[in-house]
Design a protein around this ligand. Structure first.
Ligand code: NDP
Length: 291
């Protein structure tokens, strides 16, 4: 199969590498050097320009937001062929996805939103969880392709459902990271050793991915790697908040989480990792995790 992958960032790059094991993969990236390096190292084909991607059987976008996907769709639209499947793996906006699906549908191009979860390590090891929004038939086509990148592939519902559940699950993670960090700091301030506080949490009902995997390395070892940009996380929570408004829903925890993450983004900047919100919590208390 002929696949074009657009966006060789932290997630798109390993995904393209896995796909190239079974398919003819054409790669395009805004910063061309990354695509050149990818094609040299992973037996993918370098696209001469973005337009070349329009001729693929399957087009996969892995970009920061739906705004960048929209730009790419607009550029490729005149050249797209009937029967092509467009898989948008970006964590995007379900409302935009529905519009995109309509625009592409008029050209006979099928669209699914297929955001992923599992972080860079999941992309590297092809163990991502992928949630897909689209028709039954398009889901099956997308699943066949994405099975090389993920372990769990779920049909979330019609177009938009993948993007919707992705931002909701990331909002749950954001709130969990925040409350766990707050309580760990409070335990420390009370005089409980942080290692002990985390051990108790992980042996009890406060246990989560945040307490088991994300926070120990940062809080105990002082290592703060960039694994998921805070800017991306903030974007996801803002999309979730917009969905809440749209549904006229009452979601005070979500609203609070959105405000906290946006405030943290202003403090930490767009290149911070999302777990660095724990540093803001320490600052709010006039302390740091090291002291
Ligand atoms: P990165 O920032 O690592 O990569 C972004 C990619 O988009 C790069 O290839 C970049 O090109 C390209 N890009 C940015 N702006 C434009 C533009 N205007 N036009 C064309 N290309 C553009 O992001 P990630 O790979 O981390 O994330 C991609 C998506 O996956 C996001 O929606 C994110 O929320 C989601 N996600 C990320 C996870 C993670 O742990 N990182 C986990 C799960 C989902 P260039 O090289 O030129 O900058």
């Amino acid at each position: 199969m002929n696949i074009a992958l657009i966006g060789l960032g932290a997630m798109g790059s390993p995904m393209a590498r896995h796909l190239a094991k079974q398919h003819d993969v054409l790669v395009w990236n805004r910063t061309r050097e990354k695509a050149e390096r990818h094609s040299r190292e992973h037996a993918t084909r370098l696209a001469n320009d973005l337009a070349e991607c329009a001729s693929a059987d399957v087009i996969i976008t892995m970009l920061p937001t739906s705004a960048e996907v929209d730009e790419v769709v607009a550029q490729l639209l005149p050249k797209l062929r009937q029967g092509t499947l467009w898989i948008d793996a970006t964590s995007g906006d379900p409302n935009v996805s529905k519009e995109t699906a309509k625009r592409l549908g008029e050209k006979g191009v099928a669209f699914v939103d297929a955001p992923v979860t599992g972080a860079v390590v999941g992309a590297e090891n092809a163990t991502l969880t992928i949630m897909i929004g689209g028709s039954d038939a398009d889901f099956e086509r997308a699943r066949e392709v994405l099975t090389l990148c993920g372990k769990t592939i779920i049909h979330a519902g019609p177009v938009g459902a993948g993007h919707a559940i992705k931002v909701l699950t990331n909002s749950i993670m954001g709130a969990t990271v925040w409350i766990t960090s707050e309580c760990m700091l409070l335990a420390k301030q009370y005089g409980i050793d942080l290692k002990t506080a985390l051990a108790v949490t992980n042996a009890g009902s406060g246990r989560s991915n945040a307490s088991e995997n994300l926070l120990p390395m940062r809080l105990l070892e002082g290592k703060w790697p960039l694994i998921f940009k805070l800017a991306h996380h903030d974007k996801d929570i803002r999309i979730a908040s917009a969905l809440s408004h749209q549904q006229h829903a009452s979601t005070p925890m979500l609203a609070l989480t959105q405000h906290l993450f946006s405030a943290a983004l202003h403090q930490l900047g767009t290149n911070a990792d999302y777990i660095e919100v724990a540093k803001i919590i320490a600052r709010m208390n006039g302390t740091s995790w090291e002291t």
